[in-house]
Design a protein around this ligand. Sequence first.
Ligand code: NAI
Length: 247
Amino acid sequence: MKTVLITGGASGIGLATAKRMAKSMRVIIVDRDGARAAEAAQALSASGASAFAYGADVTKADQIAAMMEQAAHEAGPIHAMFCNAGVSIKEPVHKISEANWDLMIKTHVKGVFLCTKAVLPQMCERREGAIVTTGSDYSICGKADGASYAAAKTAIYSLTKSLALEFAPFGIRCNSVGPGPIETPMLRAGRTEEEWAPLRAARAERVPMGRLGQPEEVAAVVDFLLSDRSSYITGQIIHPNGAQISW
Ligand code: NAI
């Protein structure tokens, strides 16, 4: 059985991907929220899947190295990885603190760098592997009041294209998924259903398909990009976004 490691796997898009991929692969859920990661892995195991959970912060090299070592020992080799952990902060550029800027770049860009750096040696040795990173529509079009997020997401796409070029000779494919508005805890940002309902409708109106996406609709794309069904696709960004942007 092949193994997929998913960062940010305790919630939203990562969790939906873990649930989908657990039907055919061993799943390793990594999240800074170790308790919720453990809960998710327990639920998958209870339904007959093979699942492991580790609490780790993708911005910390020592935590990623320790997690990889433990995962190699307990779950075995990693064949596929979904670098998905992320955070979102909305603020105008002149109000972004240095700490928030650093958090955004560290979580998204350094996080992908540290996780790919940790997994690539074993993939190179086996001369096979697939990696998907999580970009965004904003990787391409930018975002008012979200410059730090958009800049980090554009960097993820550039990093992914560079990984694809560098590791293609080793049989390793690297792609990015660039979702539009997906109904997850990140998008709801702690709002109650009463607060969220009018905002959901307003967001949906801006999408040509007239609705928000569901995390399962992103998981389907990630599953495809990590599978042999996409064996000649690398260095690409695919947008499950209801045509919010097309390019
Ligand atoms: P979410 O908030 O439901 O899940 C994000 C997960 O990442 C959480 O479980 C959180 O604990 C974890 N996480 C955050 N920072 C971490 C760190 N430093 N180390 C380890 N784990 C960490 O959010 P959602 O919506 O599922 O987001 C997943 C990814 O999709 C993110 O990269 C986000 O930027 C991206 N995205 C989301 C969109 C949306 O509309 N929901 C649209 C486009 C991209």
